[in-house]
Structures are given as structure tokens and as C-alpha cells.
Ligand binder design. Structure first.
Ligand code: GLN
Length: 192
């Protein structure tokens, strides 16, 4: 059984732990470099990407995270987690860094403030239609040649995979539908 961590600095950690367990993984929170070293894969939750970035630096996790992602550890980011996996943010806050791993440019809060939250059915390549929960969600402006677009909504890219890195603008951990987590657990199994 793969052991999958959830980066537990800020955000909806508990929901991801539950979804991963439902998708037959052993799920654990990760807050320290020693805990990161023990997992086969990692989820980066939704929340606030500037806060997650600053706490990752403060906890000494940013460089270990970059090293493991560069080394091919499977990683899945939702919403703020997607932002953390982008090689470039179009509109970063001051001091905001990313782990990187996916050759893409993201725009934070792209779906707009007045529509802070909405749900829409999103067709995800290899998974099928999923209910996408978008909460002040980013979209992906553009991707590089190595990145595969898995879903779009309203003409904007909302799901991407590059090698062992998976990212969605929306939050499958909030729906009770565990197919995106099952896809990620399969990626972790394949990588071991
Ligand atoms: N708007 C948030 C950010 O920029 C992301 C929101 C979310 O994760 N639901 O980090």
C-alpha cells in the first residue's frame, strides 16, 4: 500500500487525508522534512498559496520539496496546490515562491472575486466528467511542451499533468468522489 503525505502547513488537509484513505492509500500529514522523506507521494492541498509558500520556507521544507519533486516523487496539487506546482506565477504576491515541477504559467484568483465559488462539471481526460468545486480558483494561462492538459473550463486550462506531477484548479477532495485521488494513487503505485 502506498504511503501518501498531505502537506499540512495550511489548507484543507483533513479532506485530502480522508479522500486518500478512501482511495486505498495510507495517508499522513507532512510538516517536517523527516516526514517528507518517508512518503511515496505528496498532495498539496487547497488553501492560500502565499501562506503555504511562506510556511514551507519557515519550516525548512521548500528545498526538500523541490528536491523530491525534481527527483520524480509523484505530487498532486489542488487549487493553491496547483499554484505551488507552477514553474511561474503571473501575479505573485511579494515573497511568494513555488515548488515548481510543471512547466506552466498560472493566474491566481483568475475566476474572479464576485464568483468566489462555483461548481461545474469538468471533463477530465482519462477520468471522465467530475464535479469541479472552484473556490477563488486559479487557471493555467499556458503550458510548455512537456505538460499535458487534462481539462478545460470556459476555455481555460484547469487540470494538467507533467510526468509525475498532477494539478487541478478545482477541489475533488470536497466532493466525496475519489476518482482523482484514485488516479493519483495509481501514479504513486506505478512510480514505486
Ligand atoms: N486563491 C487561493 C490562492 O491564491 C487559492 C484558493 C484555493 O485553494 N481554494 O492561493
Amino acid at each position: 500500500t502506498p504511503v501518501i503525505g498531505v502537506l499540512a502547513l495550511q489548507g484543507d488537509v483533513r479532506e485530502h487525508l480522508i479522500a486518500l484513505a478512501a482511495a486505498d492509500a495510507v495517508a499522513r500529514p507532512v510538516r517536517r522534512p523527516e516526514e517528507l522523506a518517508e512518503v511515496d507521494g505528496l498532495v498539496i492541498p487547497g488553501g492560500e498559496s502565499t501562506t503555504i509558500s511562506k510556511l514551507a520556507v519557515l519550516f525548512g521544507l521548500m528545498e526538500p520539496l523541490r528536491a523530491r519533486v525534481a527527483d520524480g516523487m509523484p505530487v498532486y496539487g489542488t487549487c493553491a496546490g496547483l499554484i505551488m506546482l507552477a514553474d511561474k506565477i503571473l501575479d505573485p504576491r511579494s515573497g511568494q515562491e513555488t515548488i515548481g515541477g510543471i512547466d506552466m504559467i498560472v493566474r491566481r484568483n483568475a475566476f474572479g472575486r464576485q464568483n468566489e465559488s462555483f461548481e461545474a462539471t469538468v471533463e477530465v481526460t482519462g477520468v471522465g466528467p467530475v464535479e469541479g468545486v472552484f473556490i477563488r480558483a486559479p487557471w493555467v494561462e499556458s503550458v510548455g511542451a512537456q505538460a499535458e492538459v487534462l481539462a478545460e473550463h470556459g476555455g481555460h486550462i484547469v487540470a494538467v499533468r507533467q510526468g509525475n506531477a498532477l494539478a487541478t484548479s478545482f477541489h475533488p477532495e470536497l466532493t466525496g468522489d475519489h476518482r482523482m485521488h484514485a488516479l493519483f494513487v495509481d501514479m504513486v503505485r506505478d512510480a514505486r
